[in-house]
Design a protein around this ligand. Structure first.
Ligand code: B3K
Ligand code: ZN
Length: 872
């Protein structure tokens, strides 16, 4: 396999104005006929005669014709990735007939079957597995799709756009034709057929058009779509209010499928969802899942403008649509719920997972310069860091200019396939802000590191803040240039008040500093007393930073900072310090500290009833194993795990009474609703229960049992079960078994059971994992189930990181098994092994051995790229 490069981009030699597709659905195969209205691209400099179309080797070409004249075998050539027609006219209709076998498609890209239905996944390069095509996003075409099938088996037959015709064939089959008036790249094509139930609704747009909304599921799931429907309507309204974007077709359809490689897909007018990201009911869905469903429904809907109406020129520009759309969905969720809570959750995820990616062998810029397999680049960097870039532009421009910029972008590029540079240019043109240096964020990989030092002068009442920035080297990028980094900052007095200060002529309590050079000094005057700086408020840039806060200063920020994000962050920093020193003690066989400065801070949080319970719950949560791993120079997973367990116990024992009282005070008797107030109370109640149980109080165990057995909602039941499993309480196994028996008919709940069962800490846990993988509830063809078990196993330090390497070997076996069957999934589950260099050598060496073993196989492009880059 070889890499392709952004620098080699050229415009397509041919264009496809119209695409007419016919699908004849049969059980054994599907005959696809395409009629492509093509012409030469006047902008192409290449005047070669031949036309090269993309196509996968599992398709069978039945016939090919130009202007209805069949081509003979010497007029074209098929390779395993393309169809070359040696001589093509300037303008013509190309007809292709291909035969595909969806029931044998285990890769879940192109046309495949999930349960009994037909469905598609075409992004990024799946369409070429349906028919030969110019499968690249800058070839945009108007699609008309006809589906022919047996009405009994496929009463529902859907494609993009509006249904324009319906009839019968001579042999009694149903024929449905869909037409999508908006031109689009093939990656946005979709087809669904099956015996599905539907829920209808309507949305009236701001200009008064009535749009039909339809959510399709398998019949037994129909009662689980209400929440998604509500989320969809909220998203449509929000996009009108906040971005002025109205929906553009008469119908918007969403379909839930069980077998899906990722979360969901924004096909024009016909979104397809992994059922785990769409279906919800109080009894089966946790609060977190409700919030995720709302965010994903919004994300896919928002793509209608940021992605579909304006799309990407090439896949290197993926963040153009993904980074922007993540920013849009994050802001939406923040507007629907709590801004601070949402920000904390997003940053916590970014710092844990994206920072780790940026420090690993797959590190790449938000706009990558090369790739072997594009599927590997649907990454946290492209999505989450990409969103942070858009957020920084928002910070630099301010709300109004940003809106002007987005209006200009949508206006200027409607119907086009464009680049990240075009996005930035629209922002610059609308605002007059110079973003030329800022654009380095798109091309430089790695997480920048900032070092802050401050000096206060009592006599002048000035504060000098010295900031240095560096970005560590990443594969292929040895040295980095300084970035333009917006730093939002406030100053807090020692008694906890916000201080005013004057910076660059402006007097305010908060300033945005522009760090552009490797080192800069910012001077604030009129600072009445020596302040504690509140740095990087709201996490105004995706960077790591250091400032030598004393413990007292962190406790002060934790209780008094007006910036909620930084209150949380101060608690995190304190916890990280204590955990790091515990890790150190563990590694050196020293006795472990049995006191914690966090206790004081946590106690005042628990006793203060004025505070937002959601914030308190977040602050009480210790940094995760994964986040601590990211921070460590050399990861010793066992030491990190022991440190976390120890600190949890210290806090639990010191605040037993407070946790039990907090638990009791937050037990709700009202009917479950996934609203912000209830979610917050449940979060606080359940983290209190977690500590309380860890204190080994017998009454805590009674409450745990009671909550597990009698909750009317999955959030509380699952919280009780997870706490039992994590704390290793005696009854954990019995509870797991009870849980399975209760929910064995609910596949999505069974997945949660698989995860928890696989994550149990136990040195012999691998046996359990093996049992789960051969359990009747398991299905290797279903990516959710594979991720549930292997993801669960990955969380267990004693199973995955067992010193004999058996955990790594087991994961490698699964990668090898899935490599050809589902390359996208196989490549994703490689991630934990790719970080081998960061682990202490006794573990890292074992991981490396497994990577080398995988490398010897005949690898798919997906797995090949990840394994080779990791071993480099
Ligand atoms: N655009 C899709 C992701 C497609 C992934 C292809 N491997 C979902 C989303 O980001 O909205
Ligand atoms: Zn997306």
């Amino acid at each position: 396999p070889s890499a392709i490069y952004l620098k080699d981009y050229t415009v397509p030699d041919f264009l496809i104005d119209k695409t007419e597709l016919t699908f004849e659905l049969e059980e054994a195969n599907v005959l696809v006929t395409s009629r492509l209205h093509m012409r030469r691209n006047a902008l192409s400099s290449d005047k070669v005669a031949s036309l090269v179309l993309d196509g996968g080797d599992e398709m069978k070409l039945i016939g090919v014709a130009i202007d209805n004249v069949s081509l003979s075998a010497d007029e074209y050539q098929i390779t395993n990735q393309s169809l070359e027609i040696f001589s093509a006219p300037n303008e013509f209709v190309l007809t292709c007939e291909t035969l595909v076998e969806p029931q044998n498609n285990t890769r879940l890209e192109g046309l495949y079957r999930s349960s009994s239905m037909f469905c598609t996944q075409c992004e990024a390069e799946g369409f070429r597995h349906i028919t030969y095509y110019l499968d690249r996003p800058d070839v945009m075409s108007v699609f008309t799709t006809t589906i022919i099938g047996d009405e009994e088996k496929y009463p529902v037959m859907l494609s993009n756009g509006n249904e324009v015709e319906r009839g019968k064939t001579e042999d009694g089959k149903t024929v449905v034709t869909w037409h999508d008036p908006f031109k689009k790249p093939a990656y946005l094509f979709a087809l669904v057929a099956g015996n599905l139930a539907v829920q209808d609704d309507v949305f009236k747009t701001k200009s008064g058009r009535v749009v039909t909304l339809r959510i399709f599921t398998e019949h037994h799931n129909l009662e689980k779509v209400d929440y998604a429907m509500g989320a969809l309507k909220r998203s449509m309204k929000w996009d009108e209010d906040v971005y002025g974007r109205e929906y553009d077709l008469d119908i918007f359809m969403v379909v839930a499928v069980d077998d899906f490689n990722m979360g969901a897909m924004e096909n024009k007018g016909l979104n397809i969802f992994n059922s785990s990201c769409l279906l919800a009911s109080p009894e089966t869905t946790t609060d977190d899942a409700y919030l995720r469903i709302e965010a994903i429904v919004a994300h896919e809907y928002f793509h209608n403008w940021s992605g579909n109406r304006v799309t990407c020129r090439d896949w290197f520009q993926l963040s153009l649509k993904e980074g922007f759309t993540v920013f849009r969905d994050q802001t939406f969720s923040s507007d629907m719920h709590s801004e601070t809570v949402k920000r904390v959750e997003d940053v916590s995820f970014l710092r844990t997972a994206q920072f780790a990616e940026d420090a690993g062998p797959m590190a790449h810029p938000v706009r990558p310069e090369s790739f072997i397999e594009i599927s590997n680049f649907y990454t946290l960097t492209v999505y989450e860091k990409g969103s942070e870039i858009v957020r920084m532009i928002y910070t630099l421009l301010g709300e109004q200019a940003f809106r002007k910029g987005s209006d200009l972008y949508f206006d200027r590029h409607d119907g086009q396939a464009v680049t990240c540079d075009d996005f930035v240019a629209a922002m610059e043109d609308a605002s007059g802000v110079d973003l030329s240096q800022f654009k380095r964020w798109y091309s430089q990989a790695g997480t920048p590191e900032l070092l802050f030092e401050s000096k206060y002068s009592v006599t002048d009442k000035t504060l000098k803040l010295v900031v240095k920035q560096t970005t560590p080297p990443t594969p292929g990028q040895e040295s980095k240039l300084p970035l333009h980094i917006p730093i939002k900052l406030g100053l807090i007095s020692k008694d906890g008040n916000e201080l005013e200060s004057t910076y660059s002529g402006e007097t305010a309590q908060e300033h945005v500093l522009h760090l552009k050079s490797e080192e800069a000094t910012f001077e604030f005057s009129g600072v009445d007393s020596e302040p504690v700086p509140s740095i990087l408020r709201g996490f105004s840039a995706p960077v790591k930073y250091e400032y030598a806060y004393s413990t007292e200063e962190l406790l002060l920020l934790m209780s008094s900072d007006s910036d909620g994000f930084n209150r949380w962050n101060a608690a995190q920093q304190l916890a990280v310090r204590e955990l790091k020193s515990l890790i150190h003690q563990i590694k050196n066989g020293e006795p472990l500290a049995d006191q914690s400065d966090l206790v004081k801070g946590f106690k005042s949080l628990l006793l203060n009833e004025e505070l937002d319970p959601a914030m308190v719950a977040l602050i009480l949560e210790l940094p995760s194993q994964a986040y601590l791993s990211e921070l460590e120079k050399e990861i010793d997973p066992h030491a990190i795990h022991s440190a976390l367990t120890h600190l949890t116990k210290v806090i639990a024992n010191a605040l037993k009474e407070e946790f039990s009282a907090t638990y009791m005070n937050n037990v709700e008797s009202t009917v479950y609703e996934p609203n912000a107030i209830q979610i917050a109370k449940r979060a606080l109640k359940n983290i209190a229960l977690h500590y309380w149980v860890e204190s080994d109080d017998v009454t805590a165990l009674e409450s745990l049992n009671e909550q597990f057995s009698n909750s009317d909602n999955m959030t509380d039941q699952y919280a009780a079960l997870s706490i039992a499993v994590e704390a290793g309480v005696e009854k954990a196994d019995v509870m797991l078994a009870t849980f399975y028996d209760q929910w064995l008919h609910e596949s999505l709940v069974v997945n949660k059971w698989l995860t928890l069962s696989a994550s149990q800490e136990n040195v012999d846990g691998l046996k359990r994992v093996e049992e789960l993988m051969s359990h009747p509830a398991f299905d290797i063809k279903n990516p959710n189930k594979v991720r549930a078990v292997l993801g669960g196993m990955g969380r267990s330090v004693q199973v995955f990181h067992k010193e004999d390497g058996s955990g790594y070997r087991y994961l490698a076996d699964q990668i090898i098994y899935l490599n050809k069957r589902n390359p996208q999934l196989a490549s994703r589950i490689c991630t934990p092994l790719t970080r081998w260099k960061k682990y202490k050598s006794s573990l890292g060496d074992l991981m490396k051995l497994e990577l080398e073993r995988i490398q010897k196989e005949d690898l798919s492009k997906d797995v090949y790229e990840v394994i080779t880059k990791s071993l480099n």
